[in-house]
Design a protein. Structure first.
Lengths: 142, 142
């Protein structure tokens, strides 16, 4: 598959996905994976996710920001892996930007809930899988 | 959630899943995630998966066997994470045990296709997520 097509197919898969699998390095040296809601993104370059400040993951990302985002369609067996880093954001602007109706379920005190944290993932490269074929590509700000 | 219930709910999620997300440590220090077919398992303790011998992952697992299996139901937002190790098996018994009709798509030469490898994952512990709650449990052979 051509790189351009792989990028666009990956983007389509992102748009069609409600969730994303986020992986990080555990402090025990094992990879850890967890599904999160796919909230906001800028192409395949930036992804903003929300999580609980109190979660162990936030602390882990502060120590080791290397991460993996994975999107999958199990029916067509397409997969997109993005490799990059995650930044932990706790400024009000980021928290307002990502806030939407329904977030109160997770953060009952609202935008200023101290347990509300924004994670910003920046991709360095990606790989799109379809039809037994992997196509890798670099990702830059556009 | 009680541990026993979390284990059984996790097992139910496994049975309902066609695919599993498999994560490993990349040689660059980043976690890598990929979906694989959920083929055969023994409770939450052992999972057998098939892959291409030529894949980079097989070599990586020989050097670093730490892995993560993740199952998710995006509709009910249940998730099961299993942490453990992966063994690379290339003996005929294992390859026969996992072989089924349709495998020829991936391994055209059949059971003895040198590009056919069995991965055996052994879980040490798991964590089941449902309703904003994580329940962790150890996993032993039963």
């Amino acid at each position: 598959m051509e790189v351009e097509k792989a990028y666009l197919s990956g983007l389509e898969l992102v748009e069609d996905s409600k969730i994303v699998m986020v992986s990080n390095n555990g402090e025990d040296g094992y990879p850890y994976t967890k599904a999160m809601m796919r909230l906001k993104h800028d192409g395949l370059y930036k992804f903003w996710l929300s999580t609980n400040t109190s979660s162990k993951r936030v602390q882990l990302f502060k120590n080791d920001n290397r991460a993996n985002l994975y999107f999958v369609d199990e029916n067509s067996f397409k997969g997109l892996m993005l490799v990059g880093t995650i930044e932990v954001l706790q400024d009000r602007e980021s928290k307002e930007m990502l806030w939407s109706e329904g977030c109160e379920i997770y953060y009952p005190l609202g935008i200023d809930d101290p347990d509300y944290t924004v994670l910003c993932f920046t991709a360095a490269w990606g790989s799109f899988y379809q039809g037994l074929e992997n196509t890798g590509f670099k990702i830059d700000e556009k």
